[in-house]
Ligand binder design. Structure first.
Ligand code: 5GP
Ligand code: ZN
Length: 111
């Protein structure tokens, strides 16, 4: 996965504003934020899309949600509200092919 941008970020080969890291998950600020809080939360293991994540490894998605819940508190949007979303494949608007969740908040979001 030498070409994957997010794998390079995890390895520290590309700088980022890291906000969280543990054994399996990494989180950092989006370089082009759509709101005052815009974080990306990703598994350290490379899967291009959710479609590539085996059912047996799906607990990583629950763990990512635990991390997002903590980060929402830490960044002060847990009560005011925030959005969690994943873009999957071309028509879903995915640009970076490493599974990731956006955590967006800090302003009124519209549909
Ligand atoms: P996608 O459209 O694939 O769901 O979202 C990819 C996200 O990655 C975009 O919101 C984009 O701004 C962000 N992004 C792309 N390149 C970089 C980068 O080099 N660093 C950081 N921190 N975010 C990036
Ligand atoms: Zn990757």
């Amino acid at each position: 996965m030498k070409e994957c941008l997010f794998c390079k970020i995890i390895k520290g080969e590309i700088p980022c504003d890291k906000v969280y890291e543990d054994e399996t998950v990494y989180a950092f600020k989006d370089i082009n934020p759509k709101a005052p809080v815009h974080l990306l939360v990703i598994p350290k293991k490379h899967y291009p899309t959710l479609n590539d994540l085996p059912d047996e490894e799906m607990e990583i998605i629950a763990h990512i949600h635990c991390v997002m819940k903590k980060l929402a508190l830490e960044f002060g949007v847990a009560e005011s509200g925030y959005r969690v979303l994943a873009n999957i494949n071309k028509e879903g608007g995915q640009v970076v092919y490493h599974v990731h969740y956006h955590l967006i908040g800090g302003r009124q979001l519209r549909a």
